[in-house]
Ligand binder design. Sequence first.
Ligand code: CA
Ligand code: CA
Ligand code: CA
Ligand code: CA
Length: 475
Amino acid sequence: MGFHKRLRFFLVAFLSCFCCFVSKAVAQSSSPFNFTQDGFVDAILVNIDSEKKLDWSVLSSDSNFTSTVTLVGGEDFGRNGDHLIPANWTSSSTPIIGYARYKKGTGVVWTVLDGESARSVTFGKKAAYHVSGGDYDNDGINDMAMISASGAATMRTNPFSGTPTDVNVKFSKRHKKRGKAFFYDPDGNGDRLALLVKAKNRNHLVSYDIAGKRTRARFIGRNKKAIRDVVPIQRPNGTDAVLLFLNRSAGTMNVRIQDPDNGQILFNKNFTSDKTILVGDYLDASGGEFALRDDDGGLTIVNPWTDPETSTTITNPAGVVADHINVFTFASTSSGGGEGSSGGGGSLGAVCPSIASFGAGRLWKPAADAEDNRRGKPALLFTGGSKSGVSSGAKNVYASNGEKICQLTYKASSIPGVNNGAAHFFSGWVGGCSLTAGQMASKARQAAGNTNVYVQWKGSTCLNVGDPTGRKGSI
Ligand SMILES: [Ca+2]
Ligand SMILES: [Ca+2]
Ligand SMILES: [Ca+2]
Ligand SMILES: [Ca+2]
């Protein structure tokens, strides 16, 4: 009897889960990352296994993101710390997975899984912005782009299919330094490689098309707060608007969508979830949607094109959810915005203008007790007032000379309320440096002659960890 009861419970839970989602119409348009051929983007799911390797799958759009589809070759493809570059690399209708990794003496190596074999292309310098997800020549196949520290930029079409072609353009060095790289398609003629440049009064949007034609628009509004991400989002008419993901105070994020021609604000809302943002055509409603990863690990997909906007929540996907748009850099030190200035030492004061000690609500654990790659590696936890205002961006760990030696990345808790609802950052999570405390200490000694390290906290304040192999603070 007990067995039957349990079975029925599962069945009811399963059905009620299914009922709350809208049914999908037939495919309307081609999608940039659609494994299940239903016309809608699937969410990419990555897990790090105990050997630090990446296991890939997708949350399929045709199951309303409730079921996981395993990918052929998706087991152990890439490793912790790699940047994800899943895209239509070889055909406009078949997305494949891939990753980018910096290799000393070689450059940035982009590797994709073409059928059963991995293929690699070297493209881009360490300090450049690397942009994956754009299609500049509008053939439906993903292209590579990079903007180097000098502002010199290259769009490479057909890197893994046909004959690669490079188109070189030049942004100003100042724009590269102050800008966020992305791409967008304003008119259906292909993506433009773009920088959204923060300025005192108005932001500037500077972009190049594949023919090398430059456009520049002034944007309504300015942002005192840091711009976390800039991504394209498809409007109901099929062309792209520009979505800005902005830091606000106390764990609040602002999502703003603007018309790329004149900066007109099309959508503007604050969200208390301050986590990752994904963009894609996930739902049947026309135009693209954006998705936010919540505190409790759930994923909320928001359709910004209805008034008021509508949203759908997906419960706790088991892994890191990603989309096909990725802008990344391998620069080893970071300036104020946490993005891409070129390498070199500097001083601790440049990266940590103010320094605090570990007090209540802040905890440095030298060895996390998680089951996966996080195990035995440092974890950083914040609760209460020490947690408020802490962004979910990666937290850099610096040696005492200001050299970045590691980064910890945020992981939403799979068990709400664990450790008093603490925000967790790990060395061994996706995008983290994966060093143990002992390795961190020896890296700090190499850099600065002592084992003391400092970790970013909130705003421009860092916490003095001291020797990373010891436990600091309490929650
Ligand atoms: Ca799909
Ligand atoms: Ca594995
Ligand atoms: Ca292309
Ligand atoms: Ca849609």
